[in-house]
Design a protein around this ligand. Structure first.
Ligand SMILES: Cc1cc2nc3c(=O)[nH]c(=O)nc-3n(C[C@H](O)[C@H](O)[C@H](O)COP(=O)(O)OP(=O)(O)OC[C@H]3O[C@@H](n4cnc5c(N)ncnc54)[C@H](O)[C@@H]3O)c2cc1C
Ligand code: SF4
Length: 571
């Protein structure tokens, strides 16, 4: 039977509706172990689950992302019904807030409980409906490992009351390491007698091995589409909502049981080797030992607190070595939590100085129309556009699959368009590195990541791209730009051997453009970066180059940017 019809038949009676306490569980909190639902007995709880076409029309998301979200949402509804929880499930054209308001009026519901949403976009959507009369009862979101108080204890109160464009948070700097150090002590993870296990906070320097096939990468379990997933795919194929990528090969877990089984596999089979090969890139083994759990954790199917507790237990049982356990735990209680706070305290990067110059010479208003496909009440404000390096070139066709001849770039783009996922180093040191070096618009790059990745949500994608990867926030998130020439990619991957371009040659035809782009980048941004202590070495090297060498590097770099912009093969 069709899923929505099943939901219609499972509707609670008016009497049941009245008797139960109602909780809104959004698309990204699909569990009964956190939030208000966790505090209710199954037979006194009712949950509201919504599919909003308005959300789908905001951006042309990757097909696999929409499927993983909606199929998990639908399976969650069935799992909760089986537990004895009453479910009001709706699919509608309106925003979440509008649908909630309609339901509240229809059933005369008292204030609906919910955890404070992770996505700013959802908070905005709900607050608009509240102005129209929607009554909500928010509680703190305990799906996170840290709280706002933790952040304030480490960094003090944010300066967020600034109006848009005021730039009050500009010039501040938040160090992830400080936050992570605090979180290790707070959680007691990998601590021994009050000291860091192994005698130090981080084992990052042990985690930089290139992959040469010495350890076989285990085959991941696959979860082919069931009836519900197939129905979602069918709906998305016919509802006229624009998406990108492909449904082909969808095999992500969509039930609570399969999500847990997938995590067990990652913990037992991948985690032991995660650390050493964390930064490696391989054409043969694109996923290497990365867990690829972000899509599941970001919709609440896996909980960060539970995941790190499992890693701690595996470390204690000697199933996962310390360097891998530490590296992984740092990503979650360090980077993941840090990023969501950065997004929160900057009001989604809106309290930073904004770039007056959006890509393609459009006005900011025109650009925001382009980004938000259908102007609507759910996304009424302009996107954040900080750009400390004043980068504004449009993202070139290579990011949409037009062959550039740069093997690393074409490999990363091919993988993401097909799968909706690449691991961290491809995101940072290939896709973002190239964009930063060339001066492509960080806003456009952010929106590209937002639509192409299955794990992208505003709090994590904006903070990673605008913050960590492109230095658009002027150093709020990262002490220096994450940029490099060809040497890094050559050292950490097997890509360059398969590329027509030469990583050891910096100028002239056939040279790898990364190196020339790197020196031209340093030259162009000397005013902003020249005084940065962490950039001292590269600037010293740059200053040793002759005028002739510099001119040749500039020429090579500019030719590559022009070729990319025209959609041509870089040669
Ligand atoms: C330009 C750029 C864009 C990114 N966009 C996203 C995004 O949209 N969604 C997203 O979840 N992550 C994003 N990240 C962070 C990181 O790349 C992914 O979380 C990670 O690659 C997911 O794969 P995994 O689950 O195998 O992670 P693993 O390498 O196995 O790491 C374990 C977990 O740590 C967390 N984590 C690690 N690094 C970060 C980080 N920098 N920020 C937040 N969480 C982190 C993730 O939840 C991840 O699942 C981005 C990073 C960069 C550089
Ligand atoms: S040679 Fe340059 S463009 Fe080619 S794969 Fe290596 S780093 Fe990428």
């Amino acid at each position: 039977m069709a899923f929505l019809q099943r939901m219609q038949e499972a509707l609670p009676s008016r009497h049941e509706v009245k008797r139960r306490r109602w909780v809104f569980v959004p698309y990204d909190r699909l569990n009964d172990r956190t939030g208000p639902l966790a505090r209710l007995k199954a037979d006194e709880a009712g949950i509201i689950l919504l599919e909003s076409e308005r959300k789908g029309r905001n951006r042309p998301y990757h097909k696999k992302k929409v499927v993983v979200v909606l199929s998990n949402l639908r399976h969650f509804a069935l799992e909760q019904l089986a537990r004895g929880v009453a479910v009001l499930y709706r699919h509608g054209p309106e925003s979440y807030g509008e649908q909630l308001l309609r339901l509240q009026r229809e059933y005369a519901l008292p204030p609906i409980q919910l955890a404070l949403p992770a996505e700013r976009e959802l908070r905005e959507d709900l607050s608009l409906a509240q102005k129209d009369g929607l009554r909500l009862d928010y509680v703190e979101d305990d799906a996170w490992v840290s709280t706002r108080e933790d952040w304030v204890r480490v960094f003090g109160e944010p300066q967020r009351e600034t109006p848009r464009g005021g730039g009050r948070e500009s010039g501040r700097q938040y160090l992830m390491e400080r936050f992570y150090r605090y979180m290790r002590k707070k959680t007691g993870l990998l601590m021994k007698n009050g000291k860091f296990a192994g005698g130090k906070l981080s084992f990052d320097e042990q985690n930089r091995r290139r992959y040469k096939g010495e350890v076989r990468v285990p085959r991941r379990p696959s979860f082919p589409p069931d009836d519900i997933t197939r129905e979602v795919i069918d709906m998305l194929s016919h509802n006229g909502i624009e998406t990108i990528g492909t449904f082909e090969g969808f095999d992500l877990p969509v039930t609570a049981k399969d999500c847990a089984a997938y995590w067990r596999f990652a913990l037992e089979q991948l985690l032991p080797f995660f650390g050493p090969y964390e930064d490696a890139m391989s054409a043969e083994e694109p996923m290497l030992f990365h867990s690829a759990i972000s899509a599941l954790m970001n919709i609440g199917r896996l909980l960060p607190g539970e995941v790190v507790a499992d890693v701690q237990a595996a470390y204690e049982d000697k199933r996962v070595p310390l360097a891998s356990a530490e590296g992984f735990i740092r990503q979650i209680i360090g980077w993941r939590e840090f990023m969501r706070h950065i997004h929160d305290v900057t009001d989604g990067f809106r309290t930073l100085t904004q770039n007056p110059d959006p890509p393609g010479n459009l006005t900011a208003n025109e650009y925001s129309h382009l980004l938000v496909k259908e102007r609507n009440r759910a996304a009424p404000d302009l996107p954040a556009m900080p750009s400390a390096l004043n980068a504004h070139l449009p993202l070139p066709p290579a990011y949409w699959g037009v062959r550039s001849g740069m093997f690393c770039l074409d490999t990363a783009v091919g993988q993401v368009l097909e799968q909706g996922w690449t691991h961290h180093i491809l995101r940072l040191m290939v896709l973002s590195n190239l964009a930063t070096l060339c001066g492509f618009s960080p806003r456009e790059l952010t929106d590209w990541f937002w639509v192409t990745y299955v794990d992208a949500y505003d709090w994590v994608v904006e903070s990673n791209v605008l913050g960590m990867a492109t230095f658009s926030d002027g150093g709020l998130t990262a002490t220096k730009p994450y940029v490099s020439g060809a040497a890094y990619i050559h050292r950490m991957s097997d890509y360059c051997g398969r590329c027509a371009l030469n990583p050891k040659q910096a100028t002239g035809p056939g040279s790898c453009p990364f190196t020339a782009l790197y020196w031209r980048f340093l030259e162009r941004h000397e005013k902003v970066l020249g005084g940065n202590q962490r950039m001292l070495m590269p600037y010293t090297t740059l200053h040793r180059k002759t005028d002739q060498e510099r001119a040749a590097l500039r020429e090579r770099a500019e030719r590559a940017v022009e070729q990319l912009q025209r959609g041509e093969v870089v040669d």
